[in-house]
Design a protein around this ligand. Structure first.
Ligand code: HEC
Length: 209
């Protein structure tokens, strides 16, 4: 028995020792914000100035960073109010574009690289976080599944409007959301967001089949 038990005991003791050593080494080191900002800026040193502007966190991002996304309720309210004020709905009142184009945008994870020609359309990269049409096998799960989204919500115009707002500026609804603010941050154009909303809400879209 002992020659079976002792290696196990030894292993347990060793891993305990390793844990103790690791926790001693990983005692949090504080780095001031200025150092982090300087380091970040230097890693994008070759990017053009207008692109470097985008590295600077806005007021909302600064609050989320400060609280590591775990903002207190009062701060969360400020964020959703600030982001709601940024919402812009289409002047023609139409929220649904072309679902076929929306399917391509949802699937496209490329865009906004500083080497791109200005005006090159970016993708929405929705599948990296969401399941959408059931036939697509490759998707991330950071966000909830959106399969059948329009059908589940009975194509309700109020929900369509809420979803447009969500995609335009995710933080108008959830403070410090992990989802990008596609419209507010000029990642997607109004026409692209309409197409994506059609992909989610057109009864003919494979999302709802
Ligand atoms: C980096 C990850 C990420 C990406 C990319 C992303 N989302 Fe999200 N999304 C989330 C997370 C996380 C949530 C849930 C938390 C929240 O509501 O903010 C969410 C929530 C949503 C919701 C609300 C679902 C519900 O009913 O609660 C919709 C609709 C949505 N996303 C659509 C999209 C669309 C369309 C795209 C692409 C244009 C997209 N998302 C891209 C992470 C992402």
């Amino acid at each position: 028995m002992t020659n079976i038990a002792s290696p196990i005991l030894l292993g347990a003791l060793l891993s305990l020792a390793a844990c103790a050593a690791a926790s001693a080494q990983t005692a949090p080191k504080t780095v001031d914000d200025a150092t982090v900002d300087k380091y970040l800026a230097s890693t994008f040193g070759k990017a053009p100035p207008e692109w470097q502007e985008r590295i600077k966190p806005d007021e909302t991002l600064m609050a989320c960073n400060k609280f590591r996304n775990n903002v207190p309720a009062a701060e969360a309210e400020k964020i959703t109010a600030r982001e709601t004020a940024k919402l812009k709905f289409p002047a023609d009142g139409k929220l649904l574009g072309d679902w076929k184009s929306g399917a391509k945008i949802a699937n496209n994870g490329r865009g906004n690289q500083f080497s791109d020609k200005p005006g090159t359309p970016a993708g929405g990269n929705c599948y990296s976080c969401h399941q959408m049409e059931a036939a697509e096998l490759s998707y991330g799960t950071l966000g909830p599944s959106l399969t059948g989204y329009g059908k589940i919500w009975k194509y309700d115009p109020e929900v369509i409007k809420r979803t447009y707002a969500k995609v335009y500026d995710s933080q108008s609804q959830v403070a410090c959301s992990n989802m990008p603010r596609f419209g507010a941050n000029n990642v997607l154009t109004e026409a692209q967001i309409k197409d994506i909303i059609a992909f989610l809400f057109d009864p003919e879209s494979p999302v709802n089949k």
